[in-house]
Design a protein. Structure first.
Lengths: 155, 155
DNA sequence: TCTTAAATGACAATTAATTGTCATTTTGAC
DNA sequence: GTCAAAATGACAATTAATTGTCATTTAAGA
């Protein structure tokens, strides 16, 4: 005897469609990101980590890994490369003696600005002739989904 | 002298926010997918490929790779595993003598249904108390973005 | 304070993913 | 139909990502 299927609702099916599109779009964003040089061989998290440090301030490697739900070793490796590139530095963490904080250097600010500019150009191209209100509603929906998943994973 | 920055519009900034949220949400979806057993060690494309074959019919390995913008060797490896698992079979391709078509087996249909059920359950949970029309608008927006990126990459 | 569990950094081992190569087949231009 | 360029499958080589381990440090409770 087959297991009972889940009862479907229009909203649930829309969320499923949204999930499918988000995953498919992620791969295309990665491909386009490679093309415009914001997803380097250093991995796709480079700009994201620069942005996280810029927007949220200095953080430790494990903090970033926990936030993104990736292994801390992955972030550590990225951090080592960023250090070598001179875009971050490790500074003392008042809250933790061993675990240093990653902080943007002036060069990191510059590199972040350059990469951001390419992403801005792409975004402006993609935004042509789109309805702003509808776009912002879509951003809200995906942000909600993001937060719900975070809550789900954290419980 | 610094390079001229891109002029920003509200719509362009909303698209940039959308891109950021899509990428962040992808990682959380992957983490949650592992938790509920739809993203196995076999790689995250397993369910997606089953779905593609179910919805769009039999396809070759290179076709799928081109569609997803991943190396064909990645899809080949996944295909070999799916063959070993008995969820697909390779059938003759009327349009190409060497390049066989991947087709779902009855077991593939069953496995797809099982995994889909878990995704449906997650989707229904995430959809609770959400506005259907707004959700569908968001799906449309992300679908448009998906298609625009595809056109961009294909030109 | 004391004690135990969890977190951290460093590094090794393993596994996965990507890139490279090449013989053969197919496609498309002419 | 012929020929050159591109596509395909098979497999090897390389590179990247993940997992495992362990000594040490920190955090949380009793």
């Amino acid at each position: 005897m087959a297991k009972q299927s889940v009862d479907r609702t229009p909203a649930g099916q829309a969320i499923e469609d949204l999930i499918i599109e988000i995953v498919a779009t992620f791969f295309l964003l990665r491909a386009e990101g490679m093309r415009i040089g914001v997803v380097s061989s250093s991995g796709e998290g480079y700009w994201s980590v620069l942005r996280l440090l810029k927007v949220n301030g200095a953080q430790t490697v494990p903090q970033i890994a926990r936030y993104r739900y990736v292994p801390r070793q992955s972030v550590q490796k990225l951090a080592n490369e960023m250090l070598k590139d001179g875009v971050i530095e490790f500074v003392n963490n008042p809250a933790h003696r061993r675990s240093k904080l990653m902080r943007l250097t002036p060069k990191g600010e510059t590199v972040f600005a350059e990469l951001s500019d390419r992403i801005a150009l792409l975004s402006e191209t993609l935004a042509a002739q789109k309805n702003v209100d509808q776009l912002q509603d879509a951003v809200d929906i995906v942000k909600q989904l993001h937060q719900q998943l975070r809550d789900m994973l954290n419980q």
